[in-house]
Design a binder for this molecule. Structure first.
Ligand SMILES: Cc1ncc(COP(=O)(O)O)c(C=O)c1O
Length: 438
């Protein structure tokens, strides 16, 4: 390193890093002072396809396997093998109440009370369950608001849900597009739309972090905008849970849903998460789809024909939980608990900031970064929009060992995750991006 460069930071906390250096040595130094670096070894990262190890930047799509996941799944297989049905009560983690194993960890992860969260089903299933409860069209109040360009499953869920109620999705589902920017929806856009819809708005389903652009939203502000006109506010947190520091109770929203296979590293098709604000959980009169696992566990086995919902988020459970699918989620949540979300977020801001710093000037006229520049308006993901030959450039990145993904029209998503990615990997990525831009 030349003598003209600033003195390297030596603090153990990355948050003190203010000025980046565009050198490989600097990247290595950041790894040395990263107090969360030890968590990388808790994951089994996919083996390289050829040559040098790949850089796994798709934790926003499918997180890698926590080492503990296999042991925890095996423990359940062993319990099944040795205990059979007795495992419901006598396994190390009794299956009868297994979902409670992940309750506190999930609550800490999303900033909720334990009785406001439940791990169950998949994201889209949970969205339907939430719509049954919180989308209650009546009189003039029939509209359901969602962002334009939302993940297709969300649009399908909303439209089919409305149709199943005998209403017209074209008339009732309102898609809100950005007013000023081509890609980024402002909170003020949502405020204006809510004001326009007024007492016709019944419910909104909005993103925590937008999947294509990586933009993070101010959930308190969105909740206020929606609830301010008397509607219910829910969030799709597929790209927010385990990525940004959520405070769901404090933001005041009514409900939220998320999946666990992305930043939560719980494996393909993992059991999803759901948040229901305490004020609603306590209201056992709310309409819902019911199943025996939502019944108060104290009376569940009385086998009566009257549903007695437990006064918590658990009441939205339908079936007994899939233990083998839940076990990897516990492995992952243990890591989040050990690292803590605020510390992960602090590292994430520096990690993604470093990536942005390294690639910003190399993109030239070939590409732009769609993701907002401000750390408070994004999570770990940077979305690059290539102006031409986007597919070919994406393939150059993957041939260089950068595992990233491509979304139409020409967007490459890079998501350095603070639990397992390194600063040196970010450096390698920047070199590959520079080459892909040539
Ligand atoms: C933003 C968003 N919403 C919803 C979904 C659908 O999730 P699932 O297939 O788990 O229901 C995804 C899946 O990637 C997503 O990214």
């Amino acid at each position: 390193m030349s003598s003209t460069q600033p003195v390297l930071p030596t603090a153990l906390d990355l948050v003190q890093v203010r000025n980046f250096e565009a050198t490989e040595e600097f990247a290595r130094h950041l790894d040395q002072i990263d107090s969360l670096a030890r968590f990388r070894s808790q994951f089994v990262l996919p083996a390289p396809s050829r040559g040098s190890p790949s850089v796994y930047l798709v934790g926003n799509s499918l997180g890698p396997m926590p080492r503990q996941a296999r042991d925890l799944v095996n423990e359940e297989l062993d319990a099944w093998e040795s205990l059979g049905v007795e495992g419901h009560f006598h396994a190390k983690r009794p299956w009868y109440s297994w979902h409670e194993q992940v309750r506190d960890g999930l609550a800490r992860l999303v900033g909720a009370q334990p009785n406001e969260v439940v791990a169950m089903n998949s994201l889209t299933t949970n969205l339907h369950l939430m719509l049954t409860t919180f989308y209650r069209p009546s009189g003039r109040r029939t509209k359901l608001l969602i962002e334009k360009g939302a993940f297709p499953s969300d649009i399908f869920a909303l439209r089919s849900h409305v149709a199943a109620r005998g209403l017209d999705p074209d008339a009732e589902v309102v898609e809100i597009a950005p007013r000023t920017d081509a890609w980024l929806l402002e909170e003020s856009d949502v405020e204006a739309e809510c004001a326009r819809l007024g007492d016709t708005l019944a419910c909104a389903v909005l993103p925590g972090v937008q999947y294509r652009t990586g933009q993070a939203f101010d959930l308190s502000r969105l909740s206020r905008a929606v609830q301010g006109v008397g509607a219910r506010c829910g969030f799709d947190l597929a790209h927010a849970a385990g990525n940004i520091d959520l405070q769901l109770t404090a933001c005041g929203c009514d409900f939220a849903v998320w999946c666990s296979y992305k930043y939560l590293n719980a494996g393909a098709g993992a059991v999803a998460g759901c948040f229901i604000a305490q004020r609603h959980g306590r209201d056992t009169s709310l309409p819902r789809h019911a199943g025996w696992w939502g019944n108060d566990p104290k009376t569940r086995f009385q086998m009566t024909d009257r549903f007695e919902p437990v006064p918590t988020a658990d009441a939205w459970q339908l079936s007994n939980p899939p233990i083998l699918a839940l076990a990897p989620l516990l492995a992952s949540l243990q890591l989040f608990d050990a690292a803590t979300m605020p510390a992960l977020r602090r590292k994430s801001i520096v990690l993604t900031g470093f990536l942005e710093y390294l690639i910003r000037d190399t993109l030239g006229t070939n590409a732009e970064i769609l993701t907002p520049a401000s750390a408070s308006r994004r999570g770990c993901q940077l979305s690059l929009l290539f102006k031409d030959n986007a597919r070919a450039r994406f393939e150059r990145l993957t041939s260089a060992g950068i595992v990233c993904d491509y979304r139409e029209p020409g967007i490459v998503r890079l998501a350095p995750a603070p639990l397992f990615n390194t600063f040196h990997e970010v450096w390698r990525t920047s070199v590959a991006v520079r080459d892909a831009c040539r």
